[in-house]
Ligand binder design. Structure first.
Ligand code: IPE
Ligand code: IPE
Ligand code: MG
Length: 247
């Protein structure tokens, strides 16, 4: 049976999050500059986004640029920002054709004006699309998001809108930039690195983690199918015993 045929469409994760890693190493393997790897990585973004939408996944969150990535060489940061602007413009028809809504999380105000402008326009234009939501994590880190949430909770406590004893899991979730997005059932990281790199720390508390050695530019739809098949074989116990799940 084909890989796609092995996926149970009734048991798809609602939300898949991906740490897209390995563009630089991919380029190096080809004897090219790192930026070439990022350009190739955009082709993968397009393929995986379309396939995920067609499969019926409701949310796809892609870690595109972390808070920590600002420390890269200036020319690489600039190239990534240019690529972002160009891609958003170029792929609008793809988003519209596939009924995909674009959303973004992160410190968006820290992005260059041209990026923010294009991002806002694309969000606006796709806001009525009702298929998959593509969430780009840009200038994002989980600790940044949690700090912002804590600041706003503190202000609401100060102004008397929130009582300290009301602060619980639910309330904190409401103050995060991922509010309204279900927690990812599956988190994928490419390129063989076994770490989270400050991505969605709160939201992945109970996610299934899938690591692959494949570098992001080589991550094909078959690789996504493999991750989904692997996910569907797992037993998600949420602290219970196996017996409690199958009475
Ligand atoms: C991921 O690929 C893309 C971004 C972080 C923007 P990298 O650029 O991290 O590639 P490697 O890890 O150096 O191979
Ligand atoms: C994580 O990749 C961030 C993104 C994929 C955007 P990095 O390549 O920046 O992660 P580290 O620094 O190697 O952990
Ligand atoms: Mg990397």
């Amino acid at each position: 049976m084909s890989l796609e045929g092995q996926i149970n469409k009734e048991r798809l994760p609602q939300h898949v999050a991906i740490i897209m890693d390995g563009n630089g190493r991919w380029a190096k393997e080809q004897g090219r500059f790192r930026v070439f790897g990022h350009t190739k990585g955009v082709d993968t973004v397009k393929e995986i986004t379309e396939v995920a939408a067609k499969l019926g996944i409701k949310y796809l969150t892609l870690y595109a640029f972390s808070t920590e990535n600002w420390s890269r060489p200036v020319h690489e940061v600039n190239a990534l920002m240019d690529l972002l602007v160009r891609t958003i413009k170029k792929e609008m028809p793809t988003l519209m054709k596939n009924n995909i809504r674009l959303d973004a999380i992160g410190n968006l105000e820290s992005l260059p004006d041209r990026c923010l402008k294009n991002l806002k326009a694309a969000k606006e234009k796709t806001s009525n699309n009702s298929g998959m939501t593509l969430v780009l994590a840009l200038s994002y880190s989980a600790k940044w998001d949690i700090c912002e949430a804590v600041k706003r909770i503190a202000l609401d406590v100060q102004s008397g809108n929130v009582r300290p004893d009301e602060i619980d899991n639910n309330l904190i979730t409401k103050y995060l930039s991922t509010h309204g997005i279900p927690e990812p059932e599956l988190l994928i990281r490419t390129s063989g690195e076994l770490r989270i790199s400050n991505f969605l720390l709160w939201e992945i508390a109970y996610s299934e983690l899938y690591f692959t050695d494949v570098l992001w530019p080589d991550f094909s739809k078959e690789e996504l199918f493999k991750a989904l098949i692997d996910y569907q074989k797992r037993e998600r116990r949420f602290g219970k015993t196996s017996e409690q799940l199958t009475p």
